[in-house]
Design a protein around this ligand. Structure first.
Ligand SMILES: [Zn+2]
Length: 135
């Protein structure tokens, strides 16, 4: 069961990461994709970090063995690192004003009202204290 879960989990992540790479080749509006690549990477980052969070949670619940956990965690960590590196590269070549605006907007929207922790956009509850986040 655990392996099945991991397989689906890993497959979904890999598909999510790989599919935009293929789409980029075939789409006409490459300029538009270029503009949104940063958003895409940020979304990917949130997904991966969310998955790591879920994985940690599953592990704490005792649903994963040590080996499974370490294996999947390492893979996810590598994926997260790759995405973060891409974001870094992209940020250094992008319009700084736009980046700041987006960063500020994202922070305002997802800061926990209870403990001030930064949360991914998809979260409805704070990852630190479990408090409800404002939609
Ligand atoms: Zn909180």
């Amino acid at each position: 069961m655990v392996y099945l879960f991991c397989g689906i989990f890993g497959g979904a992540i890999i598909a999510a990461i790989v599919s935009p790479l293929f789409r980029k080749e075939t789409t006409l509006e490459s300029a538009i994709i270029e503009e949104t690549e940063w958003d895409l990477l940020l979304r990917k980052k949130e997904v991966i970090l969310g998955n790591i969070q879920d994985l940690d949670f599953e592990y704490k619940c005792g649903k994963l063995s040590d080996d499974d956990y370490k294996h999947v965690r390492a893979e996810m960590g590598a994926e997260a690192a790759a995405v973060l590196q891409k974001i870094d590269t992209l940020e250094s070549s992008q319009d700084l004003d736009a980046l700041i605006r987006r960063e500020v907007g994202a922070r305002r929207a997802h800061t926990c009202p209870t403990c001030s922790a930064a949360n991914p956009p998809a979260n409805k509850f704070c990852s630190e204290c479990g408090g409800k986040l404002k939609g």
